[in-house]
Design a binder for this molecule. Structure first.
Ligand code: ADP
Ligand code: ZN
Ligand code: ZN
Length: 812
């Protein structure tokens, strides 16, 4: 007998596997999906190990395989185990990251007759079981569900068990089918023949009020096949009511037609060949190529490609991938957010035509499922996607690229709370792949490793476009306090408003950046200083200008703007702070000649709106683009010559030790938007703290000086990379009980630490979390600072209500 350790899809399983015997005749491999009995259920499991001995005395048998071939490679099984151990997450949750989308489904039970049933057994059956047996025999196979529908749940189960016990029926299991929801689009089609339509159109034309209907009818009569309704409307410039009239006259109808979503439209993409590299690119590529050629499993080769936006990092990725493919291997490219990187995706698609898979959460489950299988069969040289794309079943993995490696979106904030960068490095160790981390503003921890020699540091010091070493934009820092002292109360300082006016009148484009969305971000009483907060979450409420309501951005609580201060009854509730809508309004007022375009998450919920807004701006249909974080990312806008940062202070004042780093990254990124074309560029940053090192360094495009200051603070305060952190949050509806449990846990952890004699393990708190209340529940937190945190925490039982975040990217 052989045995398998199986990761079972049950919340009870947590971080462990279960031993099952492999019945004779069943061929089982590591990574295989199987049905296993678990309690009184049949559950899915993934085989994580084979062994000649079971881990426990009594084992049940694996029932069957779900698919004949293993779903996961041995390396991915090991990666799942590492994620489970390192991030203290249930093993099956980690395994599930790597399974085909829609895999987690229930088992459906079927019954069929055994080959040679004993006639005496059949005749001895009472009428009902006998009926069941006969109808199974007639149909060959019946779903248990169907029998339950006929006989009732209990009775069906009892009878089936009886028949199985007598050896007359056998059970088999199958997965529920994938729920596929194809995308349908309304098409407008004629209900009459084209000639009838033209005739009718001529008649309609006699009535003045029906001219539009006539035109539409005429248009439809000329089509060789129906068009989507939206295209018809665009082409004929007609309204919904015109369409409606035609339909009510029975001349046309709407038909829902299924369309396939192509993540990449190759219509507008022309294949490109690689340019000649600059000297710095050449040097960087040379080291990467060497590693690609010689790398084997074991200690992974990690490259940090550090270079400002426009220094040619993407070109290095592309050519490194070309080399990877030449060596018969494949690559995975991670981007922080797929919706914001259409240009990057196009560049990959045009260098590797039809060999790029894009993983996108907007794909339907069915499409994701297809894509997964196409990737696994080796159809694509490159898989591009957000952090989860790391787990795509890309065979022969040779290269993993993580673009903008410092971005926080690489950390998952639900179970399992993995960091894609660290998981990628682990996967590289297991597969022999090479890792390239790219950034203009590397994570302080990543840079520390690169300096210390754990990673290879590759520098691209200058921009390539349009001519080598075109200068970085000039940055001016404006002290808002000086403006106020001089009596200027506008949200635009004198510098900024002059610069905008000048750029716009010269036909150049401007970006105004603000890192909050909504109207005036918060309101404050001018007399007593009272600030309105959400009663449930305690966070400041945000004013949404268009609807004139206050909104909680944690729980979506909404309330009208009060006329008087709830605390002192003063009528002077003054709007402070600014949001993109307010900024848009003020811009209209200050720059009446400019055409404005606003871009924030309020108006980009739909799939194409990112692309649409960008397209509009690139086509020069607006002079000023107003936006939040989104405008900072990955855009190549050559005619932008001025970027204004309306307030740099929001992120600087957050109570987290990474606030300085975050602000530096954000400002550098925003500044990188200006001057990407031949026109050069200028950046103006408005702030109340112009002397802060993060702002100073960002203004000088000086990562090195920022890093020096920041790493010194980290060392001094013993923060990462000089330690590792774990954030433990407990939530409860009762504040005192919440605090009590957090204190109990602290004592427990201290006792454990002291009993084991562990030095250098700091236990901080408990304290109320920055967001003390969330969706009606209180939150208290503990912070652990030390070295081997997962190993220390692993044996400690955490009651329900605790969340554990190992290597958190934010302490808020
Ligand atoms: P990054 O990824 O660092 O922002 P890119 O690779 O996007 O930089 O390069 C910036 C611009 O320069 C792009 O338009 C790219 O096509 C172009 N470019 C990059 N490398 C070269 C090169 N060696 N020769 C000519 N153009 C290049
Ligand atoms: Zn007041
Ligand atoms: Zn709230």
């Amino acid at each position: 007998m052989r045995y398998a350790e199986v990761s079972v899809n049950s919340p009870v399983a947590q971080r462990r596997t279960f031993s099952y015997a492999i019945p004779p005749g069943l061929s089982i491999d590591v990574g295989q999906a199987v049905w296993v009995p678990f309690g009184d259920k049949i559950l899915q499991g993934i085989v994580s190990e084979l062994s000649p001995y079971p881990a426990v005395e009594e084992t049940k048998e694996i029932i069957d395989v779900i698919e004949p071939c293993p779903l996961l490679s041995p390396a991915r099984i090991l990666l799942a185990r590492w994620i489970s151990e390192h991030y203290l997450s249930p093993l099956f949750d980690a395994v599930a990251l790597m399974l085909p989308p829609g895999f987690e489904r229930k088992a459906l039970t079927f019954v069929s007759t055994t080959p040679n049933p004993d006639a005496r057994d059949i005749s001895s059956l009472s009428p009902e079981p006998r009926q069941v047996f006969e109808s199974v025999r007639k149909q060959g196979r019946i779903g248990l569900k169907e029998l339950q529908k006929r006989l009732g749940k209990k009775k069906a189960q009892t009878i089936v068990s009886q028949l199985v016990g007598r050896g007359l029926l056998v059970r088999s299991y199958e997965m529920e089918p994938v729920k596929v929801s194809p995308k349908r689009v309304p098409y407008l089609r004629l209900n009459v023949t084209p000639s009838q339509a033209r005739e009718m159109a001529a008649r309609l034309r006699e009535d003045k009020r029906a001219i539009k209907q006539a035109n539409l009818l005429e248009f439809l009569s000329q089509l060789s096949q129906p068009l989507p309704l939206s295209e018809v409307k665009k082409a004929t410039n007609c309204s919904a009511s015109v369409v409606k009239s035609l339909i009510s006259r029975d001349l046309a109808c709407i038909e829902q037609i299924e369309v396939k979503r192509e993540p990449i439209s190759y219509r507008d993409i022309t294949p490109t060949s690689p340019p000649k590299l600059t000297a710095a690119q050449e040097l960087a590529l040379k080291s990467i190529k060497e590693s690609l050629t010689h790398k084997t499993k074991g200690h992974p080769d990690v490259f940090l490609l550090h270079g400002v936006t426009g220094s040619g990092k993407t070109e290095v990725y592309l050519q490194a991938l070309t080399k990877t493919v030449k060596l018969g291997k494949r690559g995975i490219v991670l981007v922080p957010e797929i919706a914001l990187t259409p240009q990057t995706i196009e560049r990959f698609a045009s260098r590797f035509p039809r060999k790029v898979a894009v993983l996108h959460s907007k794909l339907s489950p069915g499409e994701q499922f297809d894509e997964w299988h196409r990737i696994r069969s080796g159809e694509f040289d490159v898989v591009i996607g957000p952090r989860s794309a790391l787990f795509a079943p890309q065979p022969e993995l040779g290269l993993i690229v993580i673009d903008e490696e410092h971005e926080w979106t690489y950390k998952q904030d639900t179970l399992p709370r993995y960091h894609a960068r660290d998981a990628a490095i682990k996967l590289a160790e297991l597969t022999g792949a090479v890792v390239i981390l790219g950034s203009a503003t590397p994570d302080v921890e990543t840079f520390y490793h690169a300096q210390g020699g754990d990673y290879h540091l590759l520098q691209l010091p200058e921009r390539v476009v349009p001519v080598e070493s075109s200068p970085l934009p000039q940055v001016e820092v404006v002290d808002i306090r000086d403006e106020l002292k001089a009596g200027y109360r506008s949200i635009f300082s004198r510098s900024l408003s002059q610069a905008v006016t000048k750029a716009v009148s010269g036909g150049e484009q401007v970006i105004l950046f603000l890192n909050r969305r909504g109207g005036a971000t918060f309101i404050q009483c001018r007399r007593c200083g009272f600030v309105l907060r959400c009663k449930r979450c305690e966070v400041t409420l945000t004013h949404h200008f268009a609807e004139d309501v206050l909104v909680c951005h944690q729980c979506n609580y909404k309330t009208p703007v009060p006329q008087t201060c709830p605390q002192c009854l003063s009528r002077q509730m003054k709007f402070l702070g600014i949001g993109t809508q307010k900024l848009e309004q003020e811009s209209t007022y200050t720059f009446p000649q400019a055409r404005l375009l606003r871009w924030d998450s309020d108006i980009t919920r739909g799939k194409d709106s990112h692309g649409e807004i960008l397209g509009k701006f690139r086509a020069g249909k607006a002079d000023i683009l107003i936006g939040t974080q989104m405008v900072a990312k990955g855009l190549d806008l050559p005619s932008v010559t001025l970027v204004g940062v309306v307030s740099a202070d929001t992120s600087l004042n957050l109570p987290d030790f990474r606030a300085g780093e975050r602000t530096f990254q954000l400002l550098s990124q925003v500044a990188g938007r200006a001057g990407r074309g031949t026109l050069g560029g200028q950046v103006i940053i408005q702030t109340f703290s112009p002397e802060h090192y993060a702002i100073q360094a960002a203004a000088k495009h000086d990562f090195a000086s920022f890093y020096e200051k920041e790493i010194a603070y980290r060392r001094q305060l013993h923060n990462p990379p000089f330690s590792r952190l774990a954030l433990l949050v407990y939530n409860h509806t009762n504040d005192a009980r919440c605090q009590g449990e957090a204190e109990r846990m602290r004592d427990r952890l201290i006792a454990e630490r002291d009993a084991k004699g562990i030095d250098n393990l700091g236990i901080i708190g408990p304290a109320p979390a920055f967001i003390h209340r969330l969706r009606g529940r209180f939150r208290w937190q503990l912070i652990l600072r030390g070295a081997e945190l997962p190993a220390f925490l692993s044996p400690i039982p955490f009651p329900q209500g605790w969340t554990i975040d190992i290597d958190p990217v934010s302490l808020l």
